[in-house]
Design a protein around this ligand. Structure first.
Ligand code: MG
Length: 398
């Protein structure tokens, strides 16, 4: 079997809930890999700058190659290989063979499509290609960011109660925007005391609204210095949070380890990391929970590698995901096959089309979970009517 075509399309629409409670345009790239045997695979890519060029470069490398040689493709693209390769995928032809940015993100989506394709070729679900499933039902953690009016405590309570009543047992909020109306200085990485007090007040209202059996987590989006990350963690300690995510900028494992040493809340990080970065942060003792994303790690196999390295250190796995339904299902296959899985993120509150552009014969969510089927590959097809309505670039993938 040989790869014959790699095509993509962008779908786009309004996210009414948005980020920080503000509506915004959102969308994803969908990629399709075709073969000379008529079997094809579907993947999703975050449409950040540079990824369309990277997919075009990958097309030049992968057309004519064996689509089942998934890890050799990822390894060649991210880490390079020895000269004089006789394989069609030759890292010397790659523009970078460097595990950064658009190359990793494009490889991640193409790898997802190759996994779907391989599952179809072997007539088995992708979780079986990753070692088999520990579970059928994948727990979702619902990212609710913040309400439209962050100063209105009743809006906080409503947002949290609605997520709970929709069946979600783990809910995340963006701590950096929780009291953004009290930011003093947009550059200095500090949390003024008045702002800290407002953060505590609003998140305390959330805890009171949902009770003590619902897990709550908060995301700092890499904004804070070490000192105020520790102060924030101590101020929120009584709310019994599941984790504090990305309090500091993510480049520095020593800084995060200093926060973790003094934080009463578990530290979760790594949404943009590849496996080598997780190894560095785990070895340095900077993480309580790993948080990879199949769209940013290099794909499903790389994410499974991260999950297994974490599990050898008895560190649990949460899966970051701000992609659409295709990425969500792909991540759910990794979740099914990873012993240490805790929860998979989902955002679809205000952008229903990101949930509806795939069809798998069953609703995506079921009482706070994604339930996997035993269909081959990722177990989904595109909903062409939804894709047609929202397509803004590329070609319709039929
Ligand atoms: Mg995050």
């Amino acid at each position: 079997m040989k790869v014959t075509k790699i095509r993509w399309m962008r779908i786009e629409g309004l996210d009414e809930h948005g980020f920080g409670g503000k509506p915004r345009l959102t969308g994803v790239l969908i990629v399709r890999v075709d073969t000379d045997e008529g079997i094809y695979g579907l993947g999703e890519v975050q449409d950040f700058f540079g990824v369309r060029d990277a997919i075009d470069s990958i097309r030049g490398l992968l057309v004519g190659a064996d689509p089942l040689a998934i890890q050799p493709f990822v390894t060649a693209m991210l880490y390079g290989r020895m000269p004089n390769s006789r394989m069609p995928i030759d890292a010397s032809m790659s523009p970078t063979a460097t595990a950064v940015g658009p190359v990793v993100w494009a490889v991640s989506g193409v790898e997802m499509a190759l996994c779907d394709l391989a599952g179809k070729a072997f007539s088995t679900p992708v979780y079986n290609l990753l070692g088999g499933k520990y579970r059928d039902r994948i727990l979702i953690y619902a990212d609710r960011s913040c309400p439209g009016d962050i100063a209105d405590l009743e809006q906080w309570r409503m947002l949290a109660r609605t997520a709970r009543d929709d069946g979600f047992r783990v809910i995340k909020f963006d701590v950096d925007v929780t009291a953004a109306d009290h930011t003093d200085d947009e550059w200095n990485r500090a949390i003024p005391l008045k702002q800290l007090n407002k953060i505590v007040e609003r998140l305390t209202a959330v805890r009171a609204a949902v009770g003590w059996d619902v897990e709550l987590t908060v995301d700092g989006h890499m904004h804070y210095d070490v000192r105020d990350s520790i102060r924030l963690a101590n101020a929120l300690a009584d709310l019994n949070l599941m984790w504090l995510e990305d309090p500091t900028p993510i480049i520095n494992p020593d800084a995060l380890a200093r926060v973790r040493d003094k934080s009463p809340i578990a530290i979760c990080a790594g949404e943009m990391f590849i496996a080598e970065q997780f190894r560095l942060f785990i070895d340095r003792g900077a993480l309580d929970i790993v948080h990879p994303d199949v769209l940013f790690s290099g794909g499903l196999h790389e994410t499974k590698k991260i999950a297994d390295y974490a599990d050898q250190h008895y560190i649990p796995l949460a899966l970051h995901n701000n992609g659409g339904a295709l990425a969500t299902v792909a991540a759910a296959h990794v979740a099914a096959s990873s012993r240490n899985f805790l929860g998979l993120e989902c955002h679809f509150l205000g952008s229903k089309f990101l949930e509806d552009f795939i069809d798998r014969g069953t609703p995506l969510f079921n009482n706070g979970h994604v339930c996997l089927t035993d269909s081959p590959g990722l177990g989904l097809e595109l909903n062409i009517a939804v894709c047609k309505k929202h397509m803004v670039a590329g070609e319709l993938l039929v």
